[in-house]
Design a binder for this molecule. Structure first.
Ligand code: 9PG
Length: 477
């Protein structure tokens, strides 16, 4: 009673699995290791990165993956396993492209999976062992897979102002109160305070720049008719935090008792809290309770990969931890960021699906010479976001903020429009531009962006009609 593109195409695809059965749009396979022999002589593999910032794109199977540098950044760039392998592996799913553009996709239904791609093979591994196998037009195959994954579609994609991409961590109370005055007339729903308010990673109390405390600011934000949003990295700590000194036993460690590296940022090494430790979960639940009581009901939970380290193996633990947070958060909107993608479905209201944007297109020193496609910049952000748009049926996808300002920016108008249109395509509309930085025309464009949604029509995988405009993103891949 359902179409079977594989049978219709008469493509013979031998499969090694414990069991196989039909499912809408393809087949269900079972096995901790499954092998799909694809007679496609594929040149391209759909490489799905582990977390929000990790590269997701069609890669050339003729060239092996390049090791991302410096090594110390690998834990925050992807599942470290994927970055250390000499062949192309993907997180959760993988697909091969045939000569006619049709694709063969192997995707896990549960969490913790990895998929290897070779020109004639898809090999999947994980403990749960339930898989989807589909073949056909890319859009249909990805949609069929998505229908088998968890869904949580929350009300009203947010329109928000976020402090990060204008002030970065140089925020303070008076500054935010000023911006609050400026945005007060604009149709934002959320005013979100990003990184820079806390004492340390791990010590989630206001620093000396927020003398009247965070509840005070939340109240000012709500007075203006907005919901108050706050950034937290609940499972990440730096060694200089009071938390680490008080609870060294909460750090995630390897068999020899050494902390498992979680990356390097803010000029410091990063560690992860052990999300399998009940005391840690109580502590994080208490943190969520505390910021809810301060008046914040939009939480940007960042660096969440830390709760799943050392990689795919930690995803079951991650899900349990995030379920606990979900319960504690109640009706609050949870935006997951730096988060394992498939393991966040069904738990997150919003999910960042690409690396950070920046007020510039690309940093070639990093993307080319350090072989790191996860650094901030519009090009990296758009590339990975474009390849995760099929997740829109499962969660509100966050392409990161749009820019309207020419001040303090290296972006051209055309580049800004590509990112702005991504806000229309996903329905997730955010900016960090303070209105006082904008020219009258720029302010007009921001107003239009927030106050009405343009009609979006996909014209191809990388081409969209957005309102009157046609945008083609293929050049940036
Ligand atoms: C605050 C920011 C913003 C931003 C988040 C996240 O080192 N890194 O690999 C790295 C990646 C992303 C990142 C910071 C560091 O940005 O995506 O929106 O909230 O944290 O620090």
């Amino acid at each position: 009673e359902f179409s079977d593109p594989l049978r219709e195409s008469r493509l013979e695809v031998p499969v090694l699995a414990e069991a196989l059965g039909p499912v809408p749009g393809g087949y269900l396979l079972r096995g901790r290791e499954v092998q799909v022999f694809a007679p496609l002589a594929s040149k391209r593999f759909f490489r799905h990165g582990w977390q929000s910032w990790s590269l997701t794109a069609w890669v050339d199977l003729g060239y092996p993956p390049k090791p991302l540098l410096p090594e110390v950044r690998r834990p925050q760039a992807d599942d470290p396993f994927l970055l250390e392998a000499s062949e192309w592996w993907g997180s959760g799913l993988g697909a091969l492209e045939g000569p006619d553009g049709k694709v063969l996709l192997l995707g896990a239904l549960g969490v913790g999976a990895r998929v290897l791609g070779r020109e004639d093979l898809l090999l999947g591994r994980y403990a749960e062992g339930e898989w989807f196998l589909g073949y056909g037009e890319p859009a249909e195959v990805f949609a069929a897979y998505g229908r088998l994954l968890p869904r949580r579609l929350s009300k009203g994609p947010p329109r928000l102002w976020c402090s990060w991409y204008s002030f970065y961590n140089r925020i303070h109370e008076a500054l935010l109160l000023e911006v609050l005055e400026e945005v007060a007339g604009l149709p934002f729903e959320v005013f979100q305070i990003d990184d820079g308010w806390q004492r340390a990673l791990g010590d989630w109390e206001p620093n000396e720049r927020f003398a009247r405390g965070m509840a005070f600011l939340a109240e000012r934000i709500r007075e203006k008719g907005f919901r108050a949003g706050l950034w937290l990295a609940p499972f990440l700590v730096t060694p200089d935090s009071l938390l680490v000194r008080a609870h060294p036993e909460w750090i995630l460690r390897d068999g020899d008792g050494r902390p498992i590296p979680a990356g390097f940022n803010w000029g410091k090494p990063l560690y992860a809290l052990d999300s399998g430790n009940e005391e840690v979960l109580d502590h994080v639940a208490g943190l969520v309770r505390k910021v809810r009581a301060w008046g914040y009901d939009y939480l940007k939970l960042d660096f969440l990969y830390a709760a799943a380290l050392p990689g795919a193996e930690g995803e079951v633990r991650y899900c349990k931890a995030m379920e606990r947070i979900r319960e504690e958060a109640g009706e609050a909107y949870l935006l997951f960021c730096g988060a394992p993608i498939l393991a966040s479905l069904g738990l997150a209201d919003g999910l960042r699906v690409g690396p950070d944007v920046a007020p510039y297109w690309d940093n070639e020193d990093r993307s080319f010479w350090l072989q790191d496609p996860t650094g901030p910049g519009l090009r990296n952000a758009l590339r990975t976001t474009l390849h995760r748009l099929w997740l829109r049926e499962n969660v509100q996808v966050d392409p990161d903020v749009a820019f309207f300002r020419s001040r303090f920016s290296l972006l051209s108008l055309e580049e800004m429009r590509l990112q702005e249109a991504m806000g229309e395509i996903t329905g997730f509309k955010a900016t960090s531009d303070p209105p006082s930085w904008l020219s009258p025309e720029e302010r007009e464009r921001l107003w239009a962006f927030l106050s009405r949604d343009k009609e979006v029509k996909p014209l191809g995988p990388y081409r969209f009609r957005v309102g009157e405009e046609v945008l083609d993103y293929a050049f940036l891949l």
